[in-house]
Design a protein around this ligand. Structure first.
Ligand code: NAI
Length: 334
C-alpha cells in the first residue's frame, strides 16, 4: 500500500525506518503538516498518518481518491473531517492509550508551576535575583481538585491528586461509581464542581457539545481564587471569558497546554499573506495577552511529548495500519 506520514520529527524517523511492517509498503515521510500542495504529490496515497496540526478537510480528502485509512498519531481526532470520511468510507483510527500518565504528569507540571511560582522564580534566578518577594505559593495538600472528564487521563490525574493529599470532585456524564469508591473521589454536578474546587482541570474531549464548556457565565460561578488547567483542547475554554476571569480575580491563574486556534501562533509569519477572519485575529491577540501574564503558564501543546509516549504512539499507529491491512481494523473512531 502507499502510506504517507506527515508531521514526522527527526527523532521519529528512525523508528519508522526500522519498522518491519513498513518495509513491505511504499512510504513517504513529510516533516510538514498536510497541505493541498503536498497531497497533490501523492494522489495514489491509500493510508494517511498525521498528527493534530494537520486539519484534514473535505478539500484535502478530495485530492486522495484512493484513501482508505487515516491513522492519526493522537488520541484526539477533532482535526479530521469525520463526516466526509464516513461518506467516503474512509476509516479513521486513533491511538487511545499512549499517554494517560504522560498527560497527567504534565497537568501536574502546570499545577505545580502555578502553585509554587516556579515559572516566575526561574526567570528571576536566571537574572541572579534570589529574592522571595511575591513568590509565596500554596500547598496542594488539603485543597480540592475538580476533574472534568474521568476518562483515561482524568483518572490518572485523580490518582496523582490523591497522592498529594487533595480532596477530588469530578464531573462526567458517564460516571464510574466503582472507580469513584476505589480511588476515593466524588461525582458532583458541574456547577457544584466549579463553585467548590481550588483547582479545575479539563480532561474531556472537544466537540460541538463541549465547545466553550468554560464560558463567561460559568467562570462567574467558579470559586474565587481557583486555578484553571487545560491540557485537553483549547476550544473547551472561551478565551475572552478566561481573560475576564483572570482580570476580575475569580481565577488566580491558568495553566494551559492548549489554546483556541493555537496553530495561528505557530503560523504568525504567514498571517499577513492569508485572509484570516477578524474573529480569529482577535483570538490571536487575546492569546498574546495571555502569554504575557505572570499568572498564566502556557506550554506549546506538549503534554503528550515524552520519549516513552512518542514510542507508544508510533507502535500503536503501525499496529493500527497492520490490523487494517490484514482486514481486522482496530481503534476505529469513525
Ligand atoms: P477519554 O475518552 O478516555 O475520556 C474523556 C472523558 O470525558 C470521558 O469519560 C467522557 O465521558 C468525558 N466527557 C465527555 N463529555 C464531557 C463533558 N461535557 N463534561 C465532562 N466530561 C465529559 O479521553 P482521554 O484519553 O482521557 O483524553 C481526554 C482529552 O485529552 C482528549 O479528548 C484530548 O483532546 C486531550 N489530550 C491532550 C493531549 C495533549 O498533549 N495536550 C494528549 C492526549 C489527549
Amino acid at each position: 500500500m502507499k502510506i504517507a506520514f506527515f508531521e514526522v520529527s527527526q527523532s521519529e524517523k528512525p523508528f519508522l525506518k526500522k519498522s518491519k511492517f513498513l518495509k513491505d509498503h511504499e512510504i513517504e515521510i513529510f516533516p510538514e503538516e498536510i497541505s493541498l500542495k503536498l497531497l497533490k504529490e501523492i494522489p495514489d496515497c491509500e493510508i494517511l498518518s498525521t498528527f493534530i496540526y494537520s486539519k484534514v478537510s473535505a478539500d484535502h480528502l478530495k485530492i486522495l481518491p484512493k484513501l482508505q485509512l487515516i491513522a492519526t498519531r493522537s488520541t484526539g481526532f477533532d482535526h479530521i473531517d469525520l463526516t466526509t470520511c464516513r461518506a467516503r468510507k474512509i476509516q479513521v483510527v486513533n491511538v487511545p492509550h499512549y499517554g494517560e500518565n504522560t498527560v497527567a504528569e504534565h497537568t501536574f507540571a502546570l499545577i505545580l508551576s502555578l502553585s509554587r511560582n516556579v515559572h516566575k522564580a526561574y526567570i528571576r534566578t536566571t537574572r541572579g535575583d534570589f529574592s522571595l518577594e511575591g513568590l509565596q505559593g500554596f500547598d496542594l495538600k488539603g485543597k480540592t481538585m475538580g476533574i472534568i472528564g474521568t476518562g483515561r487521563i482524568g483518572l490518572h490525574v485523580i490518582q496523582m491528586a490523591k497522592g498529594f493529599g487533595m480532596k477530588v470532585l469530578a464531573h462526567d456524564p458517564q460516571t464510574q461509581p466503582f472507580l469513584a469508591e476505589v480511588l476515593g473521589f466524588e461525582y458532583v454536578p458541574f456547577d457544584c464542581l466549579l463553585s467548590s474546587s481550588d483547582i479545575i482541570s479539563l480532561h474531556c474531549p472537544y466537540n460541538v457539545k463541549t465547545h466553550h464548556l468554560i464560558n463567561e457565565e460559568r467562570i462567574k460561578t467558579i470559586k474565587k481564587g481557583a486555578l484553571l488547567i487545560n491540557t485537553a483542547r483549547g476550544g473547551l475554554v472561551d478565551t475572552h471569558a478566561l481573560t475576564q476571569g483572570l482580570d476580575s480575580g475569580i481565577l488566580r491563574g491558568a495553566g494551559l497546554d492548549v489554546l483556541e486556534e493555537e496553530e495561528m501562533i505557530k503560523e504568525e509569519q504567514e498571517l499577513l499573506s492569508k485572509n484570516y477572519p477578524e474573529e480569529k485575529l482577535r483570538l490571536l491577540v487575546q492569546n498574546h495577552i495571555l502569554l504575557h501574564r505572570e499568572n498564566v503558564v502556557i506550554t506549546p501543546h506538549m503534554a503528550f511529548n515524552s520519549r516513552e509516549a512518542l514510542n507508544r504512539i508510533l507502535e500503536t499507529t503501525l499496529q493500527n495500519m497492520e490490523c487494517f491491512a490484514n482486514g481486522k481494523p482496530q481503534n476505529g473512531v469513525s
